[in-house]
Design a protein around this ligand. Structure first.
Ligand code: PLP
Length: 435
């Protein structure tokens, strides 16, 4: 009863009730004073590393060499080792990772790139920024990721941005086989999948390259930032040039006062460099991510067992071959929405019961107002082709996820067993009250 008597001297209308929803004035399942884990978190080494940068007068890769190692190069080395690739090129945003990743493939202007409809808009806008036309595909009904079954070989795509969505990896085994057969170059968008694994192989190592975001909400965060990983030496050099105005890392140590980059200039680049502050923070975050992942995975298992017993709602489940989960956002799926409700309403109801935000997944790109290339005159020929190619296309699975899913942020899963029980209690109450 949480110490609140249901026998009250207040007028009946104002009496909080355990059975009515918190959104309607009932008593929330979770006491408002009980805190949730916050995000982002500052790992133990962050302050020291950031002060090292601040006082070391080396705030960027493109400044003169000082006497200590650049955090940017240290992060590149450590992240490549963590993912399991030969190379990592850090960048300023996950979007930039996708732009230079696509640019590095040497495609022609106007070539088509497959992009799943269920993703953040950057997966598609990056293609446009690289001079390519994104062609949206529907997603797998179970994982919410691109599936070989939905790939329309008739559009003659030259590449695919394969997104690992929320907490599920796409079936990279099937997709890379499809790529081998069709010549479609696979780029993994791992912005939501740091450390995920399928058949024991890490996200980012399946495709020609893997692109990561380290934006604030991501499981590895520096506020803004990103990285591209690859095993391909030639591609790695091109990626370095594409993100640093045609310059790549020098191969010798260099002397104090010299530059860390040399003008190799085999391909024209832009400035997408990650700042030293971001890189320092990422080095500190890498020291704690494994432990945080372990907590989230433990809590996912607890929650999966709890939710299994609640009719009308289920937890998003990965492909059976997924061996490591990386939970960015955790979807709760209502196959049939309770009568008269909608996902936005359910998100508000759960938020009120639990005192932390439940929200909608990103609107599928086939209806998202964020993907409107015709609003930029310089994109006109690509935008015209984009509009033409999507005429009459349908995305029933992506629409389903958009309509029937409520998500919680991964930080919720950094909580305790009791926090997971609260989520279960809230779901039970909501389902029972609304059914
Ligand atoms: C799937 C996906 N791709 C790309 C991005 C873009 O990353 P950034 O915001 O770091 O540019 C995001 C960010 O949310 C994302 O979720």
């Amino acid at each position: 009863m949480r110490g609140i008597s249901r026998v009250s001297t207040l007028p009946a209308m104002a009496t909080p009730s355990l059975v009515s929803l918190a959104i309607d004035g009932g008593i929330p399942v979770r006491s408002p004073g009980k805190p949730w884990p916050q995000w982002p978190q500052s790992p133990p080494a962050a302050e020291r590393y950031l002060l090292d940068v601040l006082h070391g007068r080396r705030w960027t890769l493109t400044g003169p060499i000082r006497d200590s190692e650049l955090f940017e190069r240290r992060f590149a080395r450590e992240f490549a080792a963590w993912v399991g690739t030969r190379h990592c090129v850090p960048v300023d945003h996950g979007s930039s990772a996708l732009v230079i990743g696509l640019e590095s493939l040497g495609l022609d202007y106007g070539d088509r790139v497959l992009v799943p409809a269920l993703t953040w808009t950057a997966s598609a806008t990056a293609a446009l920024r690289a001079g390519l036309v994104p062609v949206l595909t529907d997603v797998d009904a179970v994982t919410g990721c691109m599936s070989p079954d939905d790939v329309d070989l008739g559009v003659d795509a030259k590449a695919a941005v394969v997104v690992h969505w929320s907490c599920c990896m796409a079936d990279m085994e099937a997709l890379t086989a499809l790529g081998d057969r069709s010549g479609i170059l696979m780029v993994e968008d791992c912005a939501q999948a740091h450390g995920a694994g399928l058949y024991g192989r890490t996200a980012g190592t399946w495709g020609r390259l893997g692109c990561f975001s380290t934006q604030q909400g991501k499981v590895l965060s520096s506020g803004e930032g990103g990285a591209v990983v690859t095993d391909d030496d030639a591609l790695a050099l091109r990626l370095e040039e594409l993100r640093a105005d045609s310059r790549s890392y020098r191969t010798d140590r260099g002397r104090c006062g010299e530059l860390e980059t040399v003008e190799t200039a085999s391909i024209m680049g832009s400035n997408f460099c990650l700042s030293e502050f971001g890189a320092a923070l990422l080095c500190a975050q890498l020291e704690v991510i494994d432990e945080q992942h372990a907590t989230r995975r433990r809590n996912y298992d607890l929650l999966a067992a709890i939710v299994e017993g609640i009719p009308g709602v289920r937890l998003h489940r990965p492909h059976p071959g997924q061996t490591q989960m990386s939970i960015y956002e955790l979807p709760f799926i209502f196959d049939e929405l309770p009568t008269g409700t909608s996902a936005p309403y359910l998100a508000r109801v759960l938020s009120a019961e639990l005192g932390t935000e439940f929200y909608l997944t990103d609107e599928p790109l086939n209806t998202s107002r964020l993907l409107r290339p015709w609003t930029k005159p310089t994109l006109r020929p690509l935008a015209d082709e984009f509009v033409r190619l999507h005429d009459g296309r349908e995305f029933p699975h992506a629409d389903f996820f958009g309509r029937n899913t409520v998500v919680t942020h991964h930080s919720t899963l950094l909580g305790t067993e009791s926090d997971m029980e609260d989520i279960g209690a809230a779901l039970r109450k909501v389902v029972r009250t609304l059914s």
